[in-house]
Design a protein around this ligand. Sequence first.
Ligand code: 5AD
Length: 351
Amino acid sequence: MNKLTELINKLRDTHTLSIDEYEYLIKNRNDEAVNLLREYAIENRRKYYDNKVFVRGLIEVSNICKNDCYYCGIRKSNLNCDRYRLTKNEILECCKEGYFLGFRTFVLQGGEDGTFTDNFVCDLLESIKKNHPDCAITLSLGERSKESYQRLYESGADRYLLRHETADEFHYSKLHPSDLTLYNRIRCLYDLKEIGYQVGCGFMVGSPHQTTKNIALDLKFIEEFQPDMCGIGPFIPHKDTIFSNEKAGDPDLCCFLLSIIRLIKPNILLPATTALGTVRNDGREKGILSGANVIMPNLSPLSVRKKYALYDGKISTGEESAQSLNKLKKSMNAIGYEVVVSRGDINKNNL
Ligand code: 5AD
């Protein structure tokens, strides 16, 4: 057996590899390895989720952010960004429409906007839960204190997405100004887990300065942290950032990593991200066929969708929008998957 096959079998059987082994797998991958990993990934996913794909309605609540992450289009120093913030009522309206369309999870994502105080978000969460008690709420509002996460949890938040961005401190410092640290990011992730949230981490594939070793460290971190969810998507340059001339991440590598992450944690909830759908027309289908099982259509009001531009060319009004759920169902059926309407919590027992 060649070394690649050996490593892939080992990953399938033990759900762990060393950092050097991950690095080898990524560096030396070939078509055969891609296909074998994908086959194992699908087999593992089937044990927990059959052929089901979960959908989450993504509501981009604000593009105002106090942070200045070098890669991100809504970073505070981007003066060309047309800023907006949804009101409580607008967010409740999005949920109402989403509920009508069939969504049972709402993801409230936004920049680190100081207006989203604990009091504001708690009140919002309580209203959403009152209107839609059968729905799960995911927050993606960045770094906050443990006390804040605790209060939001008590007001009804079920899940929290906070990508770790990179598990390598030096790489972290190449992507963020010095007031943002990997240490605090990881602290947040462990706080969230301890409180009881279903927690998601994640990173960009092909972000500037990223090495294969960095990706291997990301995979090791995922192994150790055991997140319930993991968001990965290709880096895509944004014209108003210092990385405007960098090239976009490789969607095929992203799909390869989706298969690996599925094998690291077979019951993980793994989205085929909007970024993957942006760099490739069939990105989301390819993501599902590589081991992903979640899609997050855009449910933000049409008037703000273009403004939530983390990167250039972000798709937002075509088939990836929440309003096109029927088209999404059809495109998933066409590749043998079924979009289901349910909260879609993590499954801790085999089917
Ligand atoms: N390309 C791809 N993904 C990006 N994100 C931010 N900027 C970009 C970009 N230019 C991702 C980050 C963040 C998530 C909300 O979006 O990983 O955590």
